[in-house]
Design a binder for this molecule. Structure first.
Ligand code: 3PG
Length: 213
């Protein structure tokens, strides 16, 4: 897969809803009901972070949920890329980008949202053919003002900001012309997941899905 087609696929996925839930799931049996609640609430694209021992099984289970588009987050190595693809992930997300990681995603045909937090990082990825990036860690790196600043000289590159985003500040990012969607973990809080409170998660997803872009 070329960087251009990877970016187009990532852009299409990012355009599905204003928010991509960033999920840290401890138990595989939580996967299906969690994904069903998020999809029912209007958030079809889901990022399962590879930060728990159960993450690959969670991707396997979520990939079976009708209407869900399941991606793997926290991709750091080629091994992560291969494992995510094998588990059924249809896209990947990484906090930053290295040539080794980009090579692996291109070789495995896994569309990637590679992370960037500065103009130089965005330029390097754009040079290689990527024009749909994750802006990470969004709030700590400088928030919406930084992204707006990068958008002035590099309007060709679009972003999915992630990190420190909530219902309170999501609109600051979503109103920018270079933002397609944002990522956030607030739609699936650990206490609700662990309590099996799927109704609450569906409601949080519904609120997030109604955010204006
Ligand atoms: C992540 O990849 O961990 C995201 O940045 C999630 O950030 P959040 O928990 O601040 O939404």
């Amino acid at each position: 897969m070329t960087p251009q087609s990877a970016s187009q696929a990532a852009r299409d996925i990012a355009a599905l809803a204003p928010i991509i839930p960033v999920l840290v799931v401890e138990k595989a049996e939580q996967a299906a009901p969690l994904a069903e609640a998020l999809v029912a609430g209007g958030l079809p694209a889901l990022e399962v972070t590879l930060r728990t021992p159960a993450a690959l099984d969670v991707i396997r289970e979520m990939a079976k949920v009708p209407g869900g588009i399941v991606g793997a987050g926290t991709l750091l190595t080629p091994e992560d890329v291969r494992a995510a693809k094998e588990a059924g992930a249809t896209f990947g997300v990484s906090p930053g980008a290295t040539d080794i990681l980009l090579d692996a995603c291109e070789a495995e045909d896994l569309p990637l949202l590679p992370g960037a937090a500065t103009a130089s990082e965005a330029m390097r990825l754009f040079e290689r053919g990527y024009d749909m990036l994750k802006f990470f860690p969004a709030s700590a790196a400088g928030g919406a003002p930084l992204l707006k600043g990068i958008g002035a000289p590099i309007p060709q590159v679009s972003f999915c900001p992630t990190g420190g985003i909530s219902m309170k500040n999501a609109h600051e990012y979503l109103s920018l012309p270079n933002v397609i969607c944002a990522g956030g973990s607030w739609v699936a809080p650990a206490d609700a997941v662990n309590a099996g409170d799927w109704a609450r998660i569906e409601e949080l997803a519904r609120e997030a899905a109604a955010l204006k872009r």
